[in-house]
Design a protein. Structure first.
Length: 428
């Protein structure tokens, strides 16, 4: 079921290259279609949004009331509401502990400097519709924005025949201010430029199909975005002490997402690799999405057997996975060697789905190797900062000549003059 590769410097590199290729840029036809939608909505506003919505979703956009969100909440099973409430509480607690505050201090020159931290004014959250109903994503996107103090959170979701009660209930729990039934590239365009009752936002977050992801990429610059996410991925570093059935289950939990998902085991034990392979075959036999899992593992999954755990860590850093599990006898000893990962799960009792739903850290994570330079979504993603500088005459005077020297070195005489004129009358 899963290919076992003995690391030799070449075989594993070929497999990594194939994994990276799966996240290639979308086709030119999608680019052209989305570009046309974006330009049309920018030019014609809501009229264009409505036309595309009727064409692709067979419904015009509409806004749901808070009473409708409350009714959806009431229709959900009590055990689902309890789980959503628990998840929201953990996400809220995690982000409140991370929240940075405004601060000021006296600089070495004697002036006052600092930073003011503000939540964004308005944020949009895209939530997929149809069969892809993910209430957990609503919480993961909206709760950190709420903690950041975002002025208004606007959720958009395609106007499907039956909107998901779980998604709407999650919106209520998270404190979403407005919920608008509109989807696709036209929803992204509407939130980018503003269209009728659909407002322009400062930042857009949330998952979507290739059209939505392409529209978000094109919108960047007019607004901020979280990231352009690729297929889901998990990498497990495990030694001979790991339970094969646990490792296999965790690999399968990502493989079921998508035929393009990637599930990789790095280990120093050939025996473990073979035992995990046997477990994958056994567990796939009773899981519902077996066809998807089998293709995902066949095309983009593997077990790579390395000489030691240090080599496993080095290879993990090269791959820079979205999710990284360390299932070894002493996972803490390996953590300092991990430099690139979206989220790290430590030990046998911290499976990746724990992070997907309930632990508190966000499940919106960098994919396709971008963990080398991107970070997970968090309260920080919804904040902006402004520098504060306040000097008086006494603190500016001792450094005025150095400021003018630097300005004149750059041939910016008006910059130097701005300092000079403040001291001319005093003869200083």
């Amino acid at each position: 079921m899963i290919e076992i590769i003995k690391a030799d410097g070449q075989a594993e590199q070929a497999r990594i290259a194939a994994m990276r290729a799966r996240a290639a840029q979308v086709g030119a036809d999608i680019q052209r279609a989305v570009s046309a939608v974006m330009a049309d909505v920018k030019a014609r506003g809501y009229e264009a949004v409505e036309e595309y919505s009727l064409k692709f979703d067979r419904k015009a956009p509409y806004e749901l009331t808070q009473a409708e969100l409350a009714a959806a909440y009431d229709r959900c099973p009590k055990e689902l509401i309890a789980a959503l409430e628990r998840a929201a509480a953990n996400i809220r607690d995690y982000n409140e502990r991370l929240l940075v505050k405004s601060q000021e201090w006296t600089s070495p020159d004697g002036g006052i400097v600092g930073r003011v931290v503000r939540g964004l004014s308005r944020v949009g959250i895209y939530v997929p519709g149809g069969t892809a109903a993910y209430p957990s994503s609503v919480l993961m996107n909206a709760v950190p924005a709420k903690v950041a103090g975002v002025g208004e959170i606007v959720m958009v979701t395609p106007p499907t025949e039956n909107l998901s009660d779980a998604v709407l209930a999650a919106a209520k729990i998270a404190g979403v201010d407005r919920c608008i039934a509109v989807g696709g590239a036209q929803a992204v365009a509407a939130l980018t430029y503003g269209a009728g009752f659909i407002p322009k936002v400062d930042k857009l977050v949330g998952p979507g199909n290739a059209f939505v992801a392409t529209a978000k990429r094109m919108a960047y610059g007019e607004l901020d975005i979280d990231m352009v996410a690729g297929p889901s991925e998990v990498l497990v570093i495990a030694d001979g002490s790991a339970q094969p059935k646990f490792v296999a289950a965790d690999l399968l939990s990502q493989a079921e997402h998508d035929k393009l998902a990637s599930a990789v085991l790095l280990t120093d034990s050939m025996e473990l690799a073979k035992a995990v392979d046997a477990e994958i075959i056994r567990q796939t036999g009773y899981l519902s999405r077996s066809e998807i899992m089998e293709q995902s593992l066949r095309d983009f999954g593997c077990a790579i057997v390395c000489e030691n755990l240090d080599d496993c860590a080095a290879l993990a850093n090269e791959i820079a996975p979205e999710h990284l599990e360390i299932v070894t006898a002493d996972p803490r000893s390996l953590l300092p060697k991990i430099k690139n990962a979206g989220a790290v799960f430590m030990g046998s009792w911290s499976p990746e789905p724990l992070g997907d739903y309930l632990a508190g850290p966000d499940h919106v994570l960098p994919t396709s190797g971008t963990a080398r330079f991107f970070s997970p979504l968090s309260v920080d993603s919804f904040l902006k900062t402004m520098s504060v500088i306040q000097y008086d005459r006494g603190s500016l005077a001792p450094i005025k000549d150095q400021i003018m020297t630097l300005a004149e070195a750059e041939k910016l005489t008006a910059h130097a003059n701005s300092i000079r004129v403040r001291f001319e009358e005093e003869g200083i």
